[in-house]
Write a protein that binds this ligand. Structure first.
Ligand SMILES: [Zn+2]
Length: 251
């Protein structure tokens, strides 16, 4: 493990993280995100270069727009820091193997889903469609053991979420189902099941806390995507450990 490379991936994640924010916020609204300068969504104040430095700019401006003093969402620095940590973790876990592009693609997809779903309760089809071929190709180059685990995982993800949609009528949506098809390819069937289990547990815990604190009420729909993101990341990076622990202790 090379310390310089860990730092490099951390910094790379930090830079990409601010881009994930932009994509997650603009893609569902069909806004272009490539060649447009960033501005304050409230007063239209164009951001100077030093206001675009990830994390640092948020800290320096104390979470407010320089011009209109409107609060900048905590989501921005959270995503930037998460991307930095997860990019570094991807390298630490996979090294310079063919699994590294799978890890980086998965982290990228999940963070953009997180932003988009928490903001709009929507996982754009265009986003999933964009990542699908890349995830398939990298999984063909670096297959799971057994290789068909990806196909079974994708199929299982779709079927289980479809059943949940039918039974719960509203808890989850088609976006969640399609996302699980992609996750199945990456994770394989065991870790897909684990991701599903973890996201339900995390969702129940966070939902319970938010209800307890009266931040949400019972009728208010909350997006499930962010819980899927957390559950899948834990399953991808710690799944082997958790599954081994489970098989050893509970069976
Ligand atoms: Zn402003």
């Amino acid at each position: 493990m090379n310390d310089v490379l860990i730092l490099l991936f951390f910094l790379l994640g930090l830079i990409f993280g601010s881009f994930f924010n932009v994509v997650g916020l603009r893609m569902p609204q069909k806004q272009p995100f490539a060649n447009e300068r960033s501005m304050c969504p409230d007063c239209g104040h164009l951001l100077a270069w030093y206001e675009l430095i990830p994390l640092l700019s948020y800290a320096v401006q104390r979470g407010k727009c320089n011009q209109c003093q409107r609060h900048i969402s905590i989501l921005y620095p959270v995503i930037e820091l998460s991307a930095a940590l997860l990019f570094a973790l991807s390298y630490i876990k996979t090294g310079l193997s063919w699994e590294l592009p799978v890890a980086l693609l998965t982290v990228t997809l999940l963070l953009i889903v997180f932003v988009s779903d928490i903001r709009y309760m929507l996982i754009p089809n265009r986003l999933l469609g964009f990542f699908l071929p890349f995830l398939v190709i990298t999984r063909v180059i670096q297959p799971l053991d057994p290789w068909w685990s990806s196909a079974v995982g994708a199929l299982m993800g779709v079927i289980i979420i479809a059943l949940i949609i039918l039974i719960s009528r509203g808890g989850m949506g088609g976006g969640d189902m399609k996302l699980f098809a992609l996750l199945g390819i990456v994770l394989g069937f065991q870790k897909t099941l684990l991701a599903l289990l973890l996201s339900s547990v995390i969702g129940a815990l966070i939902g319970g806390v938010l209800l307890g604190l009266k931040r949400i009420n019972r009728k208010q729909p909350i997006p499930f995507g962010p819980f899927i993101v957390m559950g899948s990341l834990i399953s991808y990076f710690q799944g082997d450990f958790l599954l081994a622990w489970y098989l050893h202790n509970l069976i």
